[in-house]
Design a protein. Structure first.
Length: 82
């Protein structure tokens, strides 16, 4: 994806709580209006996505009313990288 404002939006959705957090700690959900700002900032700082280096991937629940509410991060590369 070459649009800096959208490049990282997918990776910033529903970030899981830190390891060792108390049970029930919610995922970090950033306000949708901030995603393009943060994505553009990371782009300008030189960050780029390298799918071959991914060790986690998203699984999205198609039943979720909001896409960000249905995101889970799973260990391992997605099937299209295997």
């Amino acid at each position: 994806m070459s649009d800096p404002a959208q490049h990282f939006g997918w990776a910033l959705s529903s970030i899981p709580p830190a390891e060792g957090s108390p049970p029930g700690t919610p995922s970090l959900v950033l306000p949708v209006l901030y995603l393009p700002v943060i994505s553009g900032h990371l782009w300008r700082a030189g960050f780029r996505h390298h799918p071959e280096l991914q060790v986690i991937h998203q699984e999205v629940d198609p039943r979720a009313s909001l896409r960000s509410a249905g995101v889970s991060w799973v260990d391992g590369a997605p099937g299209w990288l295997s």
